[in-house]
Design a protein around this ligand. Sequence first.
Ligand SMILES: NC(=[NH2+])NCCC[C@H](N)C(=O)O
Ligand SMILES: [Mn+2]
Ligand SMILES: [Mn+2]
Length: 341
Amino acid sequence: MNNLKVFVRGMSQMKKWEPLKQVGVVGVPFEKGQKKYGVSIAPAAMRSAGLIEQLKEIDGLNVKDYGDIEIPACHENANVDNMAYLSLVSACNKSLSSKVTQVLKDGRLAVTIGGDHSIGVGTVDGHFNVNEDMILIWVDAHADINTNKTSESGSVHGMPVALLVKELSDYWPYLPTMDWQVPKFSIKNLGYIGLRSVDHYERLAIEKYHVPTFAMEDIEDHGITKSINHILHLLDPEKKKPIHVSFDIDSLDALEAPSTGTSVRGGLTLREAIKLMEIIHSTGRLRALDLVEINPAIGNDSDRKRTIEAGLCILKAALGFSRRGTTPRGVTDLPVQTHHN
Ligand SMILES: NC(=[NH2+])NCCC[C@H](N)C(=O)O
Ligand SMILES: [Mn+2]
Ligand SMILES: [Mn+2]
């Protein structure tokens, strides 16, 4: 009797994770988290390159397009030292957060197409509101963990992680217009992949909180498969937590994704990024995915095309596209030919 009870309890705790086949796509035409023109046209550029159609071609995937969020007109001016366009960033993220929450509550995996990386505040906030046990994998050349005090650029796309994590809340001044966002996510649930341009104070924060980090030199040593598996194991050894991946296209090498605002040489190959996403897909626990910082206004036609194609490959790998191919549905043999003669 006792044994049986233990067994039954064990079973109910053992949730079997399967890749979510329902997906919701949200575009965020926002670029005020950095200074260059063009990131805001990425959702339109991705759509006209066939984003929705290509996702729908993935075996068994049900795709709902939630459209682009409306970027609220904002006349308030929150004057915080070394933080450009704070009120706009805040208004956009507030609306994005509730959109991501809605997509997840609809039972769909939230795919957000930015926009610059400041929109990570809204996606993670919106995800955390549904899954408090989520873990966050930040795939990026940069750590995006500056505060307005440590940032050299004053651009909020270099600050989203610091805004999100509760451990850093005391390092911020009061931020007018940001009252809606209470940092609740713990830095203990964060891991980095792809870093190679980390500011001095960012490095200090990563070391202070022992954030699991596979920078490019670690990926060089261990390979992408061991790197991501190690991070997943450190953050969630029992394999039971929902995963949020925030993917900055500049994690890719500048040759693979030239159309981005702060590109850095020596990054991931597209093959490594695809492999990374295939591994994350295979966990069955991916629940939210951001793709940010594609800037179609940077570079020539071929740069633009290459960058957008890379973005599409990454999304598809995360959502179940297999490079091995898939067998035709409901068919088990090759078609037979009728011979006439
Ligand atoms: N999401 C990005 N591409 N961020 C780049 C950040 C660059 C630099 N660390 C800064 O604070 O401005
Ligand atoms: Mn980034
Ligand atoms: Mn970056």
